[in-house]
Design a binder for this molecule. Sequence first.
Ligand SMILES: CC(C)(COP(=O)(O)OP(=O)(O)OC[C@H]1O[C@@H](n2cnc3c(N)ncnc32)[C@H](O)[C@@H]1OP(=O)(O)O)[C@@H](O)C(=O)NCCC(=O)NCCS
Length: 175
Amino acid sequence: MKTPILETDRLILRPFCLEDAQEVFECWESDPDVAKYMFWSSHNDINKTISWVKKELRKIDSDDWYRWAILSKETRELLGTGLIYLEEEYGKFEIGYNLGKKAWGFGYTTEAMQEVIKFAKEELGIKEIMGRHAKENPASGKVMVKLGFTYIKDIPYECSRGKNLYAGKEYILKL
Ligand SMILES: CC(C)(COP(=O)(O)OP(=O)(O)OC[C@H]1O[C@@H](n2cnc3c(N)ncnc32)[C@H](O)[C@@H]1OP(=O)(O)O)[C@@H](O)C(=O)NCCC(=O)NCCS
């Protein structure tokens, strides 16, 4: 299914377009603090971000990859991104998210991902979603708990394309 436009009280979630690349780069892709607990590494070159956006554009019609740009409804400013995708190793759908630093702490991630989960349940018929985060990153764990996820077990948690390994936690949400 084509990634649809979703809406919450304060946010618009829409598929990316190529014109987003500069804002994506400035908002989070060039920031090592945002990348620290992500599987990707931060970008030091806008061309890496352009390639990333192009890769996302190729997945817009995919049935196992749904990624949104998260924007402020009021200002139309790009705040971050969230996704739900089929994690092949586990054979389960998993959520992921990050915001640019200046948007942290306003409850935006929880608000955006609640709508993503509603879409996953009602439109995709998904019955179970997994989530993982580094123990050193409690803000992400808080988001999962606020979304209704339940802690399952401790796991190794790879970041920076496998270059950094942290202690992590795995969660499940039954829908
Ligand atoms: C994790 C992240 C997405 C959270 O986004 P957010 O919009 O600020 O999240 P929310 O505001 O919805 O909720 C964050 C919660 O964590 C809490 N929190 C923030 N920093 C914290 C910390 N260091 N320790 C404990 N709790 C923390 C907040 O108080 C809030 O809880 P509350 O609602 O009970 O007050 C954001 O910090 C981010 O983009 N981080 C970098 C990328 C990343 O780590 N992504 C997740 C990888 S698994």
